[in-house]
Design a protein around this ligand. Structure first.
Ligand code: FAD
Ligand code: DLZ
Ligand code: SF4
Length: 507
């Protein structure tokens, strides 16, 4: 009898804990493209094509490494459409005495799998996912007894634990965090780096045809398709970023430009999250660039903080707080998600550009997600659950463990301040300072009220007014509540009227 190893679409790593638990002679690997995973939200077409192609390439990689891979394609006859169904079918094809898998990244599957052993009548062993630096237990231990779960303190522990950018017991350069240097607005530059693009090979072309036939009603453009789909390509894409983007990553981390979708960002989250790149490994390579004097410290530290800080921290919060975390709505926001999140049909140039590029690329960088589509939804009072479904569907890197805390916690303050110390509310001035969107906009960013005024301006004050009781005691927002209170009645009325008119037009 053999072991059946189920490998999920975001577990494409040769060092996976389930693979380490067995030897190749004694195991059959099962991978399956299934309707349930492809449709639990209506994922962007590019995301499905990317993942199916990456899964197929990984199955090849496994075979070359001596494993027996049993791969079920989406249109294979008899495909049951669910992971459970495919495990059950595989048990009838092979002589198996135990199912082994690395725990899934999402709560809904972990919950479902708790019943598999009973339903399948065979032992099911679920192993920790050790591709992360911090285990669930370690995070829970860190969180216990703390009043506030601030990322910065968690991050310092991860620096110490990994030894990244450490000089003995001290942070390289003497400071833990160089974020204050990372707020520059970018200018267009003809030498702006671009992510490495790949021609679809035969495997990818077959998958593209499949997705185009089967998922025609999903959001997003399928072509041009240029993502890497194998480990070698993911590595090449990262090498390219090290050489072309990293040095200025820090400086322009918060910048946005109309015609530059990627700026100095790495565009590697899709590869990291499905397992084609190893987070610790890429951080070590970033540190090596700094140690060799090729990139400044604020760039290396900024990048490493995102990966061993934010990425690990949001995962910790997710597993600490699920399943309830998906339902929180501290600001009681109820508005349906505006249609233009799917169509880009809005006069707000910033939102239009971010949604349009999301549709084209299944990618937007952090500040676009946080300060444009995220801030707009926050100010407009969009239901965080609906917004969460949107972010989970539209980005190639989106899995609930990373998307949900970023959406619910960081961008919507729907957890009441567990994750972020203040709501990321901002008026048009912020977008104007950090981008070139406003110069091409129907609205006027300098106007505060009236039909032509930038909606972010009055929606900002309307947000403060709606939530002043809660925000008055927030150390970082109280000042804004007091500013609002000093407005005369006519100004307050104009804000309320503009907000009502604009929000009414969304319904
Ligand atoms: P870079 O800017 O080059 O950063 C390097 C790496 O750091 C990223 O690849 C990523 O792995 C990591 N990172 C950076 N910021 C974060 C963060 N806040 N949380 C976790 N990891 C981070 N990231 C996802 O990977 N999947 C998601 O579904 C996702 N949803 C988001 C939703 C919202 C509302 C917001 C505000 C952010 C979300 N993020 C998500 C975080 C971040 O926007 C993306 O990781 C980043 O834009 C990916 O692009 P990049 O590889 O070019 O990143
Ligand atoms: C996202 C995704 C998609 C679109 N399709 C599959 C699939 O067909 N088979 C599979 O094993 N995994 C897929 N995935 C990734 C899973 O949804 C992911 O493993 C879980 O959400 C846990 O993170
Ligand atoms: Fe966005 Fe306002 Fe600027 Fe228009 S004016 S691009 S709506 S911030």
């Amino acid at each position: 009898k053999k072991k059946l190893i189920l490998i999920l679409g975001d577990q494409l790593s040769l060092g996976l804990s389930s693979l380490a638990a067995v030897n190749p002679d004694n195991a059959v690997i099962l991978m399956a493209e299934v309707r349930a995973e492809a449709t639990y939200v209506r994922h962007h077409k590019k995301k499905i094509a990317f993942l199916f192609s990456a899964m197929r390439h990984f199955a090849e990689e496994l075979s070359q490494a001596g494993w027996t891979a049993d791969y079920v394609q989406y249109d294979a006859s008899g495909n049951s459409g669910s992971l459970f169904g495919e495990v059950r079918r595989a048990l009838s094809r092979h002589d198996i005495d135990e199912v082994i898998l690395t725990e899934p990244g999402e709560w809904r599957l972990r919950d479902e799998m708790a019943e598999w052993e009973l339903r399948l009548d065979v032992p099911v062993r679920i192993l920790p996912d050790d591709r992360f630096l911090c285990s669930h237990e370690e995070f829970a231990g860190w969180a216990e007894g703390r009043k506030a779960l601030r990322m910065e303190y968690f991050y310092r522990d991860m620096r110490r634990k990994s030894g990244l950018l450490m000089d003995g017991d001290n942070p390289a350069g003497g400071k833990w965090n160089y974020d204050a240097e990372n707020r520059k607005a970018a200018d267009r530059d003809l030498m702006m780096p671009q992510p490495l693009r790949f021609e679809p090979d035969d495997v990818t072309q077959q998958v593209i045809a499949l997705v185009s036939a089967e998922f025609a009603d999903h959001f997003g453009d399928l072509s041009p398709f240029w993502f890497g789909t194998s480990r070698d390509q993911a590595e090449a894409a990262f090498d390219h970023f090290l050489k072309t983007g990293l040095a200025r990553f820090g400086d322009y981390q918060d910048a946005m430009l109309r015609d530059e979708k990627f700026l100095y960002h790495a565009v590697v989250s899709l590869y990291l999250n499905c397992g084609l790149l190893c987070p610790l490994d890429i951080c070590r390579r970033v540190e090596a660039e700094y140690r060799a004097g090729r990139v400044p410290l604020n760039a290396a530290e900024g990048f490493i903080r995102q990966v061993i800080g934010w990425r690990e921290y949001v995962r910790g919060i997710y597993w600490l707080k699920m399943p309830g975390y998906a339902q929180v709505n501290a600001l009681e926001a109820k508005r349906p998600l505006p249609e233009f999140y799917w169509t880009a049909d809005t006069d707000m140039a910033c939102v239009r550009a971010c949604v349009q590029q999301t549709k084209e690329e299944a990618y937007a960088h952090h500040i676009q997600r946080l300060m444009v589509t995220g801030t707009f939804a926050l100010l407009a009072g969009v239901d965080p659950g609906e917004l969460h479904q949107w972010y989970l569907a539209v980005y190639a890197d989106a899995y609930e463990w990373v998307e949900l805390p970023n959406t619910i916690g960081m961008s919507q303050f729907a957890d009441g301040g567990l994750l972020a110390s203040k709501p990321y509310a901002a008026s048009g001035a912020y977008i104007d300072r950090m981008s070139d969107y406003c110069s091409g906009c129907h609205y006027k960013v300098k106007e505060k009220n009236g039909e032509k005024a930038c909606p972010f301006n009055y929606l900002y004050w309307d947000f403060i007014a709606r939530h002043k009781a809660r925000l008055a005691n927030n150390p970082r927002m109280g000042q804004m509540v007091r500013s609002y209170e000093r407005f005369d009645d006519a100004k307050k009325q104009a804000i309320a009227d503009d907000a009502k008119r604009f929000l009414g037009s969304l319904d």
